[in-house]
Design a protein around this ligand. Sequence first.
Ligand code: PLP
Length: 370
Amino acid sequence: MSGKTINVTRASLPPITEYEAMLQEIWDSAWLTNMGRYHETLRAELRRYMGVSDIELFVNGHSALELLLQALELKGEVITTPFSFASTTHAIVRNRLRPVFCDINERDYTLDVEKLEGLITERTAAILPVHVYGNICAVREIQEIADRHGLPVVYDAAHAFGEEYEGRGVGSYGDASMFSFHATKVFHSIEGGAVCCGAPRAALMRKLYELKNFGILGKEEVASVGANGKMNEFAAAMGLCNLRHIAEYIEKRRQIFECYLRLLGGVEGICLPVLNPRTKPNYAYMPVRFRGYRFTRDEIYRNLEREDIHARKYFYPCINDYACYRGEYDVRETPVAKVVSEEILTLPIYPDLEMADVERICRVILDGKA
Ligand SMILES: *Cc1c(COP(=O)(O)O)cnc(C)c1O
């Protein structure tokens, strides 16, 4: 044991002086929230950086997704993946919609488009795929299927900040995409989130703005049953600081990602992520699948824990195996997601992770100890 705790991630922080400099203006104006100056500046800068035509900011990614589904006024079923974070399905269920789970593919763990169309019925209201680990879904095939059935496509792009697919910002695909700016994500505003669109969607954006502010339209008019989903100025200021450093954060992640590929490559039973050449990646996660390897996933997890290295079983269990959904769903209906969730481990990756620690992590994986 080296006496040093390593977690799966560690929040990126700008030099503290940069953040302090931005606080003065908050004190001068005493404008702390409700679409202040930093909120508006961050919105404009993100629109440019992400290559999207519309963007609305939120207090977190989950409320962005929940309010997006509400804004679309859906009824019935939403086809989604069980291989994601709780938020994806919870947002569906909390909108009184019914999730229908589509299995994932073995290549990049996103929705298996071969199995998608068979799940569409007259009750289907939308498709909600996830760019899991920053792996971009088969967006063209999904759009084709959705168009054939006149269905909206909403992406959970919480993992995909800063990515491009075929030269276009990933947030420009589908009808809309949700991004998370949580502290543990590639880009963060402490807590935060956004909804983006590739083409101008003025009515949808107006509705989102309304819903994140209690449904208030004017001083004396409340038009809908909204929530409080506003991003505050302290969060927006952190977002603006982090955005200045995003290229450097992603570059450092790339070096760590490639170091893992070098150290774990070519070992029987270790299945490493394969980057899609059509994608400009963000190296958000380091998911490694252990299948027929000398140690099982759970043994490796425990070996790492013994060295105070905290990898995570993202995403285990599958959402359709959660206690709160048990009895209604059966994880055996999505067999690929089930087996991947039992064999995958996300290894520590963040800009400040030292190469010596990556080497130590790989030694534990390969030898059982550091
Ligand atoms: C982080 C995350 C969310 C939720 O975002 P928050 O900003 O934490 O609310 C949703 N979906 C996925 C896949 C996530 O990883």
